[in-house]
Design a protein around this ligand. Structure first.
Ligand code: NAD
Ligand code: MG
Length: 391
């Protein structure tokens, strides 16, 4: 049966890995929409090759370029945030949510509202609006399948298990670029150093978040939201090889581990074919050649992001919205050279304490409007914190 699929964030790292899988079996898929932002050439090439109905760029100013690139192909062109939501709302059986940042929230919700299966790589939407995402899925009979490798691993370890028998969930972290750096050098880490990951090939933002451990901090919140498990049941374990992605511990003491290569096509392919398991073009691990796996407890002094994530869950309500917005703003500041590497966590901590970051909305009903309002206020508060530090 031919399945209708759309890819939000098609030009990014997850988007391109998704296209790699679809390209291997083009007759199985009818591509509805592809979206991107600045990379018009890539977006147009893929849309034409995959015979998409529509290609959308987030950038209004690039509509003419996109039209020109698609000329004569029969693929429609559109631009802007609203057009991305409209593309997400086009009927499709499976939609990949792989936009980076809170910009992925509204399109993800638009997709869920027509009862589709949403393969969720965009962890920010669960961090900033987990309850809203899950409730929208439930109301509209939609399904969310995790694509983050740890959450895909947990999901797989839970198949056929009794959720009530889960004692703990362990997500692993490679430790990122600065795992073994002396603590006192961390503050001086440069953008180039933070943008290279020892094990995974990913977009720049998540790569830097891996070095600061903010990626894992977001994943702790994501685990709490997606699997409805308490923060004291979620552990983070540093595992430099990135081959065990997560483990689920049950009441009888058993730990079910998911082991696989550091290749996102596994988690993407699992979500694409679920509930079937189909052949995937990923490396088969030779454990004897690998020899050993290492594990360490994460040093919370090196990575304060983990503590901030637990405080965010404990505070509840829309604190996750503030956390995500502050983290995104601090990361923008680091990329722009205005915030030091370790100062990103200070900016997030400061914003979490700043009452103007939520204007009394922390406990309000989680609607898209309220989330976007808090997101806006928290970005403003984080920017003010950055300006103050920069003097
Ligand atoms: P990326 O930067 O490589 O790609 C991001 C995509 O989003 C691109 O298509 C870009 O055009 C689009 N985009 C950027 N800003 C946008 C905006 N304002 N509006 C609409 N579209 C916009 O990022 P990535 O590494 O592919 O990550 C995508 C998402 O998947 C992130 O949420 C990330 O945390 C998550 N994720 C990624 C990996 C990975 O291996 N790369 C693993 C797990 C989870
Ligand atoms: Mg992950």
């Amino acid at each position: 049966m031919v399945r209708r699929v759309s890819i939000l964030g098609a030009t990014g790292s997850i988007g391109q890995n998704t296209i790699d899988l679809i390209r291997r079996a083009p007759l199985d898929y009818d591509v509805v929409a592809l979206t991107g932002a600045g990379n018009i050439g890539q977006l147009a090439r893929d849309a034409i090759e995959l015979k998409a109905d529509i290609a959308v760029t987030a950038r209004d100013d690039l509509l003419d370029d996109l039209r020109a690139a698609l000329k004569g192909s029969g693929v429609q062109a559109a631009a802007g945030a609203t057009a991305i939501c409209e593309a997400a709302a086009r009927p499709a059986d499976w939609i990949m949510s792989a936009i980076v940042g809170a910009a992925g929230l509204a399109p993800g919700l638009a997709a869920l509202r027509h009862g589709t299966t949403l393969a969720l790589a965009n962890k920010e939407s669960l961090v900033c609006a987990g309850a809203l995402m899950l409730e929208t899925a439930q109301t509209h009979g939609a399904r969310i399948l995790p694509v983050d490798s740890e959450h895909s691993a947990i999901f797989q370890a839970l198949i056929g298990e009794d959720a009530a028998a889960v004692e703990r969930i362990i997500i692993t972290a490679s430790g990122g670029a600065f795992r073994d750096w002396p603590l006192e050098k961390l503050a001086e880490a440069t953008l180039a150093q933070a943008s290279s990951h020892p094990n995974w090939d990913m977009g720049q933002r998540i790569t830097i978040d891996s070095a600061s451990m903010f990626n894992k901090a977001m994943e702790v919140i994501e685990t709490h939201e997606f699997f409805a498990i308490q923060p004291d049941q979620i552990e983070v374990l540093v595992h430099p090889q990135s081959m065990i992605h997560a483990l689920v511990g049950f009441h009888d003491g058993a730990l079910m581990a998911h082991v696989g290569p550091a290749d996102m096509r596994h988690a993407i392919g699992f979500a694409l074919h679920y509930p079937q398991r189909r052949h995937l073009p990923v490396e088969r691990l030779d454990l004897a050649a690998i020899g050993q796996f290492e594990f360490r407890t994460p040093d919370e002094q090196r990575w304060p992001a983990l503590r901030l994530a637990r405080e965010t869950i404990a505070a509840g309500g829309m604190t996750g919205t503030v956390f995500n917005a502050a983290k995104e703003t601090a990361l923008d500041g680091f990329i722009a050279g205005r915030v030091g590497f370790t100062a990103m966590a200070d900016v997030v901590a400061q914003t979490l304490e700043d009452k103007t970051a939520s204007d009394g909305l922390i406990g309000a009903t989680m609607t898209l409007d309220n989330v976007l309002r808090v997101d806006h206020l928290a970005r403003k508060a984080a920017k003010a914190a950055i300006d103050k530090r920069a003097g």
